[in-house]
Write a protein that binds this ligand. Structure first.
Ligand SMILES: Cc1cc2nc3c(=O)[nH]c(=O)nc-3n(C[C@H](O)[C@H](O)[C@H](O)COP(=O)(O)O)c2cc1C
Length: 446
């Protein structure tokens, strides 16, 4: 325990969300589907299981390139199905959304790739189709290779990306507001579908975007669908604190989590927002077993495999565009590495100054690159620990993910039928959805 009390209300109940990608599942593993879940059914079933466990939302990540950073070629990424191949998140979000009725569905749309009008229209349409359960994961993209798919030679520097994204989000919000909530009147007697005095152009002319408006779809149940963001740099956190209803974060241990959340809350206050309206969810990858020893052995088996080490490095190369194949596994990294891409994921791995060899760093990052705190044990032990961690951090919840983002049904069952019931027994997470709530209302509930 630390001496300073966490800010905001005490943890009490906390939120759960789940992130997974759409590359093949754990295709080589004994519990995988064999690698061809391209019809969307696997993902739909996962969404249904998460809804049964009362998760607030599932997030569909996205990347827009075939990585070539590791070893200077696409071989590692394609051979191991790492980051690629993947499906487009939007149709998958629709499939998952129509197969569920309470779970929030969050899809990633990059400000680099979609014109703001299209993002606003897509998000609004999805929010209408899903009865107020849609969220937009706002990313700026972080790879030159992605930028080259959209007419650029190089990714703009991070500060410019966020400056563009600030303006982009303003446009999107103005487009949502271009229809008053009550613009659709459906007056059969007068023969009026929508009141034209309640629908206005926005005439937006900024540094980067020019959009006339209004939007050409109806206001959705949330009117402004929920916004999710994962900025880790100081600039990224400021952006998230300005715009997000929920933030996905990776931090180093309990102290790091607490600092991250307090930093976000301070930024939010600076911008005149109530910090309790932003829910920071920390990425964790629980390793669950029937006994503690079972879970520890499972983790040890996973991290000691040479394939695991190579996969983690190939994934890190993809996210940072730094070639990790160039470094000796049994030496410390030669210098502190920097990227215009995902610096947070990089820092999580490199633990600069620790003196550890690259192999040790990877093994340390055992749960993939996405574990803020180690959670290894039986469902009851892990649930207990999650409660303690949230109590110390002050809130707001966890984003559960998978080692290397490779999923199989067994892992989902361990989480939804082992861990979540243990959390619910302790009153730590939701055991039922409040009928009629939108995603944002679910997030604001506690
Ligand atoms: C859990 C998590 C999921 C993310 N998902 C995506 C994603 O789907 N697509 C993407 O382009 N970036 C994704 N990012 C990257 C973030 O949008 C952001 O670029 C990154 O965290 C680095 O922060 P920074 O941009 O402030 O440096 C993700 C980051 C985290 C931590």
């Amino acid at each position: 325990m630390t001496s300073t009390a966490p800010q905001g209300r005490s943890a009490g109940k906390f939120h759960l969300a789940f992130i997974f990608n759409f590359t093949p599942d754990d295709w080589q593993g004994p519990f995988g589907t064999g690698g061809s879940p391209w019809d969307g059914k696997f993902h739909t079933e996962v969404a249904q299981a998460l809804e049964r466990a009362c998760f607030d939302y599932v997030i569909v990540e996205d990347k827009l390139m075939v990585p070539e950073s590791y070893g200077g070629s696409a071989e590692a990424a394609l051979k191991q199905a790492m980051v690629v191949p993947k499906h487009d998140p939007v149709p998958l979000a629709v499939a998952m959304g129509v197969a569920t009725s309470r779970l929030g569905i969050v899809a990633t749309l990059s400000t680099l790739a979609y014109p703001p009008f299209m993002t606003a229209r897509l998000s609004s349409t999805l929010d209408s189709m899903l009865g107020g359960r849609f969220g937009w994961n706002i990313v700026t993209s972080a790879e030159d290779l992605a930028a080259q798919n959209f007419g650029l030679d190089k990714l703009p520097p991070r500060d410019v990306r966020y400056e563009m994204a600030d303006e982009y989000v303003d446009v999107v919000k103005q487009l949502f507001a271009s229809w008053d909530a009550d613009a659709v009147v459906l007056d059969r007697e007068k023969g009026v579908y929508a009141d034209h005095t309640k629908v206005r152009p926005i005439h937006f002319k900024g540094k980067y975007f020019q959009v006339r408006g209004p939007l050409n779809t109806v206001p959705s149940p949330q009117h402004r669908p929920a916004f999710v963001q994962a900025g880790a740099s100081p600039r990224g956190r400021a952006f998230a604190a300005r715009n997000a209803d929920s933030i996905i974060a990776i931090a180093n241990g309990v102290e790091g989590m607490k600092q991250f959340r307090e930093d976000v809350r301070a930024h939010a206050k600076d911008q005149g927002r109530d910090p309790d309206t932003i829910k920071t969810l920390f990425c964790v990858t629980p390793v669950l077993g029937e006994t503690e020893q079972d879970a520890r052995e499972k983790q040890a088996r996973m991290v000691s495999s040479p394939q695991f080490i190579q996969d983690i490095l190939a994934q890190t190369s993809a996210l940072t565009e730094i070639d990790f194949a160039q470094f000796d596994l049994d030496e410390p990294l030669p210098r502190r590495l920097e990227t215009n891409g995902e610096q947070g994921s990089l820092d999580q791995l490199q633990q600069w100054g620790s003196g550890k060899t690259l192999r040790e760093l990877v093994i340390d990052a055992a749960g993939g690159l996405v574990s803020s705190v180690d959670l290894v044990g039986t469902p009851d032990q892990v649930a207990e620990r999650m409660g303690e961690v949230m109590e110390e951090v002050g809130g707001d919840g966890f984003m559960i993910t998978t080692p290397l983002l490779r999923l199989n049904r067994r892992y989902i069952a361990e989480v939804t039928d082992g861990l979540v019931p243990a959390l619910q027994r302790r009153g730590l997470t939701r055991s039922a959805y409040t009928p009629g709530n939108t995603l944002r209302q679910n997030l604001l509930e506690f």
